[in-house]
Design a protein around this ligand. Structure first.
Ligand code: GCO
Ligand code: MG
Length: 403
């Protein structure tokens, strides 16, 4: 089998997505998600100009060699644009392999390690009362695990809290990023009482998660983790930026709250120290940004040695193709932890076909060959790309901070 062509689609059905479609001489096509929120055209151009020409005439079954060809071959290793492009190609090749052999991708990776995959969703509210209500709505539709974010008294616009009714969407259309503002003290003084009240309302039978979105220093993270211990979180996510992996040593010394990190990581080297020193409990790298299924299987194997589970990033700013890839990956490994799932807009679900079943808080995988997902090209092409940026974040005195 030979690769004959590959195309890149950049569309905005509900929001911007970048999709790669690889074609073969046997008529089988594979799909990969190359979306990098706020930097879509960089990945698309990188794929079109540099990677796709080198794919032509390659055997799509050679995923290991093709991955190394692009990873080592570029010389300039790592980086989100580079790794997302490689990730999309790798995903599409596994899709082709599954379709060519007539089996779902998970059967090629290790088979069925469980019957269904636990998912967590988001609940966010303007204040505690509103947030309690939103958590209740998610539990009522069957979710067993909910990530809880709330507006903070005294802070106007913050991460995780949208103004509209629809799913939270951080990327805003325009020629420059919008600005949000931040005050860590206000946040730290508020969050424990939020979780106290959520537990009071819903008891211990629900998994609660929370995302700090990289905004704390290690000692602040240690304080928060410690104060949240009575509320038994499933995980506390992205406390610190994790550029300095040793930060987690300090946090770990002070708290038993489980820690999750990794949505902005793109190679195994980004989490090697965190894993081998047992400084985290969940690794949140995702297939698209982590360079594909091929390297993610290695991340999972390393993590398994150290009792660390997966919790793949799965926001609505990655397409259903990435979600499908994460589900096949999660199904096949022993140390699957949980899968993030925010749902998609109607426009997104019209542009993508998605064969997997979600009910009662769990995903069940379809046995369709390949990844069980695709792009409805005519529908997607009705929605042209519109430039949108993720926000930037400043402290109240104007200092540029982490978003
Ligand atoms: C999450 C993430 C997202 C990111 C977003 C950026 O845990 O789902 O933190 O909300 O901010 O994916 O594009
Ligand atoms: Mg996050």
């Amino acid at each position: 089998m030979k690769i004959t062509a590959a195309k890149v689609f950049v569309n905005s059905p509900g929001r911007n997505f970048v999709t790669v479609m690889i074609e073969t001489n046997e008529g089988i096509v594979g799909f990969g998600d190359a979306t990098l929120n706020g930097r879509e055209l960089a990945v698309s151009s990188y794929l079109k100009e540099y990677l796709i020409p080198c794919l032509i005439n390659r055997d799509p079954f050679d995923t290991e060699d093709i991955w190394h060809y692009f990873y080592r071959g570029v010389y300039w290793r790592r980086g989100a644009v580079n790794m997302t492009a490689i990730g999309a190609i790798d995903m599409a090749l596994w899709d082709i392999k599954g379709k060519a052999l007539g089996v779902p991708v998970y059967k090629l990776l290790g088979g069925k390690s469980r019957q269904k995959l636990l998912a967590y969703t988001h609940a966010q509210g303007k204040n505690i009362a509103d947030t309690i209500e939103k958590v209740g709505e998610k539990l009522a539709i069957g979710y067993k695990a909910v990530r809880v974010q709330s507006g903070i008294p005294g802070l106007e616009k913050i991460y995780g809290i949208g103004n509209e009714k629809r799913t939270y969407e951080p990327a805003i259309q325009g020629e420059r990023p919008q600005e949000e503002s931040w005050n860590t003290e206000k946040y730290l003084n508020f969050v424990p009482s939020l979780f106290g009240q959520i537990r009071q309302n819903y008891g211990d039978g629900v998994h609660l998660l929370h995302d700090c979105h990289h905004r704390l220093t290690p000692i602040e993270a240690a304080r928060l983790g410690k104060e949240l211990e009575p509320f038994k979180l499933f995980w506390l996510e992205d406390t610190v930026t994790a550029e300095l992996q040793k930060d987690f040593e300090l946090i770990r010394k002070h708290t038993t709250t489980p820690l999750a990190v990794g949505e902005v990581f793109n190679t195994i080297y980004d989490c090697q120290y965190l894993i081998t020193q047992q400084l985290i409990d969940y690794i949140r790298m995702t297939v698209a940004h982590g360079g594909g299924i091929t390297p993610m299987m290695k991340v999972a194997s390393l993590a398994a040695l150290y009792h660390i589970k997966t919790g793949c990033h799965g926001p609505s700013d990655l397409s259903p193709i990435n979600l499908a890839a994460c589900l096949h990956f999660g199904m096949a490994i022993n140390n699957f932890g949980i899968q993030e799932y925010m749902g998609y807009t109607e426009a997104t679900m019209k542009a993508f076909t998605f064969e997997h079943m979600f009910s009662d808080g769990y995903f069940e995988l379809s046995d369709k060959p390949g990844l069980g997902v695709g792009l409805n090209i005519d529908e997607a092409e009705k929605h042209p790309y519109k430039k949108a940026y993720l926000p930037i974040n400043r402290l109240e005195d104007g200092t540029l901070y982490h978003w």
